[in-house]
Design a protein around this ligand. Structure first.
Ligand SMILES: Cc1cc2nc3c(=O)[nH]c(=O)nc-3n(C[C@H](O)[C@H](O)[C@H](O)COP(=O)(O)O)c2cc1C
Length: 460
């Protein structure tokens, strides 16, 4: 039996906001706890007031970048009224160490669908899409059922909603690649962001926006993460001040965190933003048997060293220490791990997932993975660390998407924070036996994740 742990209680939240204690399995139950009220309120309001409310709530995107949701909605809502607009819910969930979108879909898909409907009203879209991996069969089953119920109830009135099943690639979750998949192509990021060149423009890879030129807007499309949209109904229902009651000033609300790795308990926990990372790792997830070495917020962020575990888990505070909150998925390592090995494993993951459209990204991720491996095998000279630092700078050159920036954060973070450990590999290589793998989280059973080996379909 899969058990989703909800950790909101006793951490400053009066009750859960996103993850209910038990899954909500039918629309009537959802409506019985206030579901639908946010949508009714939105539909009785001017769309500009809905955008304003979301803006004032301070909600920030939960898909990785923490971009202010109100600003994004305002950008799409304010383009020329003649433009067709779309709303896309990003349910691709490909970040290593993240399982929260699936936990949300399993336990309450209705709030996500209601969030989509509110977003459509706010930005003036009549068509919406949900992009989700075809392999998420359990979530698809729940989602299809909820879509049918909500359609029959009339709540989706006037909105065409399509569920698009996509591939396993990490890049499927990147918003420009997601649009490509929705249009039936491979997950190769386009040039222009969705708010400039959206869906169904007829432009290949978003390049050359006809006579208008590339900086003219074409079918602006709102892309939001599952958890971002799940927050919308209660913001509408209860207001922005209620939303800001928990969290920090710059990171209001709760976040649905995933903790995996060397903690005694793994799982998905909803906590207010701004709680010390230690509350999550040592408290809710039970801590580690051996001393804590580092916490990795997904593949694309600087590792947080164990001594900084009291840092508040909020966008601004993790950025202040040079790392990031990402999508709230924390992979925990105790001191049996070698950081050169962490660098090797996650750089290799990013190298394999890099699509190859931008040479500095593909070459940079691959070179860095190779160089971390050379440190481990003892094939490194004293200049290697300098060479690695130079690659970490160049890996982002002329890139279409943020994958290269993720590699830079990861590699530069390990080089800066764990320089002595890396230098100790020259000469002699790695003296630690443990080798880690970037595993895919596929399910959660009794406080441990069920994993599957990462994919290596493009071993180059
Ligand atoms: C390589 C890469 C992979 C990404 N994967 C995901 C993903 O699986 N799910 C997601 O919601 N966002 C993902 N993102 C972020 C999206 O591009 C986008 O910023 C997000 O969906 C916006 O939603 P939000 O504003 O609600 O956070 C990824 C970004 C990059 C660069």
């Amino acid at each position: 039996m899969t058990r989703i742990r909800v950790g909101a209680r006793n951490h400053g939240v009066d009750d859960w906001r996103i993850l209910p204690p038990e899954p909500i399995t039918d629309l009537d139950t959802y409506l019985g706890i206030g579901g639908g009220e946010g949508l009714w309120k939105a539909r009785r309001s001017d769309p500009r007031d809905v955008v304003d409310l979301v803006w004032r709530s301070g909600l920030r995107g939960r898909g990785g970048a923490g971009f202010p949701t109100g600003v994004k909605w305002q950008t799409i809502a304010s383009v020329d009224p003649g433009q067709t607009r779309y709303v896309v819910c990003n349910a691709a969930e490909g970040e290593p160490g993240t399982f929260k979108d699936r936990a949300i879909l399993r336990s309450n898909p209705y709030q996500v669908l209601e969030g989509i409907a509110i977003a459509c009203h706010a930005v003036g879209a009549v068509e919406a899409y949900i992009g989700i991996k075809a392999s998420f069969t359990r979530e698809l089953e729940v989602l299809y059922r909820a879509v049918d119920e909500i359609r029959e109830s009339g709540l989706l009135e006037g909105i065409g909603l399509t569920v698009v099943r996509g591939p396993e690639d990490y890049l499927f979750g990147e918003e420009k690649a997601l649009l490509e998949v929705i249009e039936g192509r491979d997950p190769l990021p386009r040039w222009y962001p969705p708010y400039l060149v959206g869906l169904h423009t007829g432009l290949v890879a978003g390049v050359g926006a006809g006579s208008a030129g590339p900086w003219e807007v074409a079918n602006p499309t709102l892309v939001n993460n599952v958890e971002t949209l799940a927050n919308i109904p209660s913001i509408l229902r209860n207001g922005p001040d209620w939303f800001r009651r928990v969290g920090t000033d710059r990171s209001p609300g709760t976040m649905v965190f995933t903790v995996s790795g060397d903690t005694r308990v793994e799982g998905v926990f909803e906590l207010p933003l701004g709680v010390p990372l230690a509350v999550l790792v040592d408290g809710v997830a039970g801590g580690t048997d051996r001393p804590l070495k580092a916490v990795l917020p997904g593949a694309s962020n600087q590792p947080i060293p164990g001594e900084l575990i009291d840092t508040p888990a909020a966008f601004e505070t993790l950025a202040e220490i040079g790392s990031g909150l990402g999508s709230g998925g924390f992979i925990v390592f105790d001191d049996s791990v070698c950081m050169a090995d962490v660098g090797r494993a996650y750089s290799r993951f990013l190298a394999e997932e890099s699509c190859g459209q931008c040479p500095p990204c593909k070459l940079g991720c691959t070179s860095l993975a190779d160089m971390f491996e050379r440190l481990e095998t003892g094939d490194a000279d004293p200049y290697l660390l300098q060479e690695m630092a130079a690659w970490a700078e160049r890996v982002t050159d002329a890139n279409r998407c943020g994958l290269g920036a993720g590699e830079r954060a990861l590699a530069a973070g390990i080089l800066n924070r764990f320089s002595e450990e890396l230098a100790s590999h020259i000469p002699g290589g790695c003296r630690v036996e443990r080798r880690i793998q970037v595993a895919k989280l596929v399910d959660l059973e009794e406080g441990r994740f069920v994993t599957a080996p990462g994919r290596s379909e493009r071993p180059d």
